[in-house]
Design a protein around this ligand. Sequence first.
Ligand code: SF4
Length: 78
Amino acid sequence: TYIIAEPCVDVMDKACVEECPVDCIYEGGRMLYIQPDECVDCGACEPVCPVEAIFYEDDVPDEWEPYVSANADFFDDL
Ligand code: SF4
């Protein structure tokens, strides 16, 4: 899955939402989240993010590793 990290916080540009073919990017209170079970790893969202907040899960910078579980946990809480 792809995940959204800290640069999205309080930005929520949503260019990614327009690109996602399976509509698996959802709006939270302060950032957007990718539903990991719905993401088809197409990569379409990553290049359109103006703040480079989107990463393939294996490529998330160490400092933002907590966002991998944060994306999944967001949906557990719904
Ligand atoms: Fe949607 Fe593709 Fe991005 Fe996954 S990688 S969130 S399916 S646009």
